[in-house]
Design a protein around this ligand. Structure first.
Ligand code: AMP
Length: 300
């Protein structure tokens, strides 16, 4: 079964203490779609401008991603630039140029509307709503977000959280959203807004899942000696998780823990190169190897 992914399709310029890489393929939907494509067919919804390099379209195609929902518009592709500090955990946005995103209205091709698994990757909550409005009756919808929307579109975001089965955010966003320092209290408060499943991402410290009916789960991050560029790790995590869930189809509650571990594995590859350089080249076999190593690392 395929997974529908909507989000940003971007050009990213990334600066780390060691290197600078302009105009890489990026965006929440790009990272999530490539990650999901190792597990299931992916339908991508996004927009790019006429400056979007053909080789990036080729990369989507090589991963078998369905591009009927990718709009090509006159103008510039969404461009984001960011800079990392030495420890690579702290990042600041240098510039965001919306370009064709400014007028983006995601229109779903008819063939996308009955998708069962939907990932609303990071994008303005109003656009995430707009996609959901066009869906028939998806089985499992997960939304991701970022601090920007907590700052400028909170009412919209809260309405969105009510409409989804799963909500994913990072630890600082969870604290900001709930005004709770303690993450267990934050999880409780987010459940009260609606979703059955809440996942808090904690970067190199893994992720916590809380379910309304079946307790909690802690998914480790795969330990890395060298992080080159963590941009898109969160999107890769949730993309791989949704790809695995749509592939396995069974009850979400049975599969979501294993899906998160696959998410951690693909996110680890994402961190090992700039943009999608490594993630786009790995194999399913490489994913399985790290999955097994994570299993061994956490068995006691
Ligand atoms: P992450 O590292 O998982 O937080 O995701 C980074 C990705 O988010 C980059 O590839 C950016 O292109 C994308 N991004 C940054 N700002 C925005 C925004 N305002 N809306 C949508 N996507 C964004």
């Amino acid at each position: 079964m395929s997974v529908l992914i909507v989000g940003s399709t971007a050009l990213d310029s990334i600066k780390t203490p060691k290197a600078e890489n302009p105009r890489l393929l990026g965006g929440s939907a790009s990272h999530a779609a490539v990650a999901a494509s190792f597990f299931a067919p992916v339908k991508l919804v996004g927009i790019v401008g006429d400056d979007f390099p053909k080789r990036y379209v080729q990369l989507y195609k090589e991963r078998g991603i369905d591009l009927e929902g990718l709009q090509l518009a006159k103008g510039k592709t969404f461009h984001w630039s960011g800079e990392y500090e030495v420890n690579m955990n702290n990042r600041r946005t240098l510039e965001t140029e919306l370009g064709v995103f400014e007028t983006f209205s995601p229109k779903l091709p008819v063939a996308y509307r009955d998708a069962d698994y939907v990932l609303l990757a990071n994008i303005a909550p109003s656009l995430q709503h707009h996609v959901l409005d066009q869906m028939q009756e998806p089985k499992f919808v997960v939304a991701d977000t970022m601090d920007l929307w907590l700052n400028i579109a909170l009412p919209d975001l809260i309405k969105l959280i009510r409409r989804v089965h799963g909500f994913v955010l990072n630890d600082s966003e969870a604290r900001q959203l709930t005004q709770e320092d303690n993450l267990l209290n934050a999880l409780k408060k987010i459940h009260k807004l609606g979703p059955e499943y809440v996942i808090i991402k904690k970067g190199e410290h893994g992720a916590i899942l809380s379910t309304k009916k079946n307790g909690m789960f802690v998914s480790p991050a795969y330990p890395l000696q060298r992080v080159v560029d963590p941009t898109g790790a969160g999107d890769s995590f949730v993309g791989a998780m949704m790809g695995y869930l749509s592939k396995t189809r069974g009850p979400v509650d049975t599969n979501i823990r294993k899906a998160m571990v696959y998410g951690s594995v693909v996110a680890s590859y994402c961190c090992e190169g700039f943009g999608l350089k490594i993630t786009s080249r790995i194999t399913r076999q490489a994913i399985e190897e790290r999955f097994r190593r994570l299993q061994l690392l956490t068995k006691f």
